[in-house]
Design a protein around this ligand. Structure first.
Ligand SMILES: *[C@@H]1O[C@H](CO)[C@@H](O)[C@H](O)[C@H]1NC(C)=O
Ligand SMILES: *[C@@H]1O[C@H](CO)[C@@H](O)[C@H](O)[C@H]1NC(C)=O
Ligand SMILES: *[C@@H]1O[C@H](CO)[C@@H](O)[C@H](O)[C@H]1NC(C)=O
Ligand SMILES: *[C@@H]1O[C@H](CO)[C@@H](O)[C@H](O)[C@H]1NC(C)=O
Ligand SMILES: *[C@@H]1O[C@H](CO)[C@@H](O)[C@H](O)[C@H]1NC(C)=O
Ligand SMILES: *[C@@H]1O[C@H](CO)[C@@H](O)[C@H](O)[C@H]1NC(C)=O
Length: 235
């Protein structure tokens, strides 16, 4: 009891310390912002539009992979909060996860095709577009950051590739299109990722024909991640 109360105090203390100044316009703070738009808006991502926009900003660099379901995060009403990392790691600073700020104005719509993705990440004072960023971001076609269709045993990964980015963007961000409505996304520190990849990756296509950076069939990775998720929830 004592311990869990103390835990809450620590979490809320962190939350207060990480609170964003309300005056910083979204996407212009030098932190990571990801935003989703309807495919009906053409090939653009109007980050300044306040209608039909779902946006999450963070300054936290987590110590492990942290997954978000688009439907869950953007349909709740808090505008700031904390999401625990999906992967539990030992001997890490707690809480480990992402403090976020949302600008979605209750716009989430389950019928919308969120195939327009916008993200911005750069190092203020040392902007090097295309070089190592602080975060790696993953975008998926399925909930819970699953790489393959959980309903199909023989799913073709190329039908629903996932995308990864760990390079700095221009200030002003980068707009992309996915061939599906994004159902989930994940954020992690880019440090190990960039080391493992010999540098950062820009919008890396990951399917069976794009899995070179893993050197493994993607299903294996899915299985490992799935296993870890189960492990952490039962722990
Ligand atoms: C996030 O933005 C704040 C305010 O601009 C800045 O102090 C902080 O260093 C940024 N964090 C990162 C990781 O860029
Ligand atoms: C969005 O607004 C910012 C100022 O907050 C401005 O610098 C930027 O150019 C605008 N972007 C677009 C695409 O209009
Ligand atoms: C908002 O945040 C509070 C405190 O973290 C939490 O108890 C509550 O469940 C959140 N509300 C929603 C709708 O998620
Ligand atoms: C995060 O995890 C900690 C430790 O497992 C738990 O006490 C806390 O309630 C979790 N917070 C949220 C927002 O899920
Ligand atoms: C969602 O939009 C993308 C990109 O425009 C398109 O390729 C995909 O077929 C659309 N999905 C559905 C279910 O309409
Ligand atoms: C980017 O990260 C890789 C891997 O850690 C490193 O080898 C490389 O020197 C870094 N690039 C820059 C410009 O710092």
């Amino acid at each position: 009891m004592m311990v869990s109360m103390l835990g809450s105090v620590v979490v809320y203390g962190y939350l207060a310390a990480h609170a964003f100044a309300a005056t910083v316009p979204i996407g212009h703070s030098g932190n990571l912002t990801v935003a989703f738009f309807s495919n009906e808006q053409g090939d653009s991502c109007d980050i300044n539009a306040t209608t039909h926009r779902l946006a999450l900003t963070t300054r936290t660099i987590p110590n492990s992979y942290t997954c978000f379901n688009v439907a869950d995060i953007f349909s709740q009403s808090n505008t700031t909060g904390f999401t625990n990392a999906t992967q539990h790691v030992y001997n890490t600073e707690e809480p480990n996860g992402i403090f976020w700020r949302l600008e979605s104005e209750g716009n989430y719509d389950s019928q919308t095709n969120y195939s327009r993705v916008w993200y911005e990440q750069y190092a203020p004072g040392n902007i090097q577009v295309g070089e190592n960023a602080s975060w790696v971001v993953y975008f998926y076609a399925f909930p819970d950051c699953q790489q393959l269709d959980p309903a199909k045993a023989d799913a073709d990964p190329d039908l629903n590739p996932w995308f990864e980015d760990s390079c700095q963007t221009e200030p002003g961000g980068q707009c992309r299109t996915t061939p599906y409505s994004v159902k989930s996304f994940a954020i992690n520190s880019a440090e190990d990722y960039n080391k493992g990849h010999g540098g950062c990756e820009t919008w890396a296509y990951q399917g069976s024909s794009g899995a070179s950076s893993f050197g493994q069939p993607s299903r294996t990775i899915s299985f490992i991640l799935g296993g870890l998720a189960i492990f952490t929830t039962t722990w």
